[in-house]
Design a binder for this molecule. Structure first.
Ligand SMILES: NC(=O)c1ccc[n+]([C@@H]2O[C@H](COP(=O)([O-])OP(=O)(O)OC[C@H]3O[C@@H](n4cnc5c(N)ncnc54)[C@H](OP(=O)(O)O)[C@@H]3O)[C@@H](O)[C@H]2O)c1
Length: 287
């Protein structure tokens, strides 16, 4: 039987399309009050309308921010805290791929900033609200690419040597390490942290890359890709199912736990990444 999310508030980053929007439809259909985020207000409002129509649930709110900018993440988090007196689930879903190195408004490499530092900062800013709403969940969308990742502490921002694939793999491994370290820090609070691979899913993923470097791979793989609804299944499961109530610090694919990159189990490395990330968001006190 489908879980009921009535009375629960869920925030999904990147709910204007792809996996985030499909997860939004799933969770709104279960009765959740839903917040989605996107960079463009019109696009986000249109997505919210679609979600309302498909789910039959009118309780869908829009938050607008370019999450590659830390100032924007901070502003949006403030708006979320004003709008939502409780927050039961945070889904960190936004992510992208760029074949050429470029930097954000903060001067940070874009892949690392958007895929890892943005969820790190947003979660930090919303954490007390999640703890006050416990039992609550933080679900972070990683990727199977994490298994090929390596955290290059000597060149995190790819200044000496950049490859889009390595930057993406590193950022998705960082999502898993962030989840495991967060889980340790949240132990006993009633808030849990899990990460997942959605599976190869037919979305607009990588289309923001001007070089369209992934386009040939996507073209060939498209017939074998999941629909966004299928790709969102593990997100919806981790956000809502009673089967995973209390499950903390695990990585999932196809609604089952899965072993992640061996380095993700090294708590010295995850603690180091946490510290470096806290320094990069200027929060020495990140929980
Ligand atoms: N698709 C796959 O096969 C696949 C496989 C493994 C993992 N994943 C992971 O799944 C997650 C979702 O991917 P998807 O395939 O659904 O991608 P998508 O179709 O490209 O959707 C990305 C979402 O993120 C938002 N977004 C992008 N850049 C943003 C920014 N700078 N600030 C704020 N929002 C931004 C987009 O909103 P706007 O454009 O409206 O701002 C959109 O809602 C990513 O973390 C990805 O790494 C995907």
């Amino acid at each position: 039987m489908a879980a009921s999310m009535t009375g629960k508030t869920v925030l999904i980053t990147g709910g204007t399309g792809g996996i985030g929007k499909a997860a939004g439809i799933g969770l709104a259909s279960m009765g959740a009050r839903l917040g989605i985020t996107g960079r463009d207000r019109d696009r986000a409002e249109r997505a919210a309308k679609d979600i309302e129509t498909e789910s039959g649930n009118p309780a869908v709110d829009v938050f607008v921010a370019d999450l590659s900018s830390q100032a924007e993440v901070r502003r949006m988090a403030g708006e979320v805290l004003s709008a939502y007196p409780r927050l039961d689930v945070l889904v960190n879903n936004v992510g992208g791929f760029w074949s050429h190195r470029h930097t954000t408004a903060d001067g940070l490499e874009h892949t690392f900033a958007l895929n890892h530092l943005a969820p790190f900062l947003l979660t930090t800013l919303l954490l007390e609200r999640l703890i006050d709403s416990a039992p609550a969940r933080v679900v972070t969308v990683s990727s199977g690419a994490q298994s090929m990742g390596k955290i290059d502490f000597d060149d995190l921002m790819g200044e000496q040597d950049y490859s889009g694939q390595q930057a993406y793999n590193q950022s998705k491994l960082a999502n898993v390490m962030f989840t495991y370290e967060l889980a340790r820090r949240l132990d006993g609070t009633g808030v849990t942290a899990t990460a997942l691979h959605p599976g190869m899913t037919n979305t607009s993923f990588s289309s923001a890359d001007p070089a369209r470097a992934m386009a040939p791979v996507v073209f060939l793989a498209r017939p074998f890709m999941k629909s966004p609804k299928k790709g969102a299944e593990t997100v919806v499961y981790l956000a809502s199912s009673s089967e995973v109530e209390g499950v903390n610090g695990q990585y999932y694919a196809n609604r089952k736990t899965k072993k992640s990159n061996i380095s993700s189990y090294d708590s010295e490395v995850t603690a180091r990444l946490w510290q470096v990330s806290a320094d990069l968001i200027g929060a020495a006190d990140a929980r």
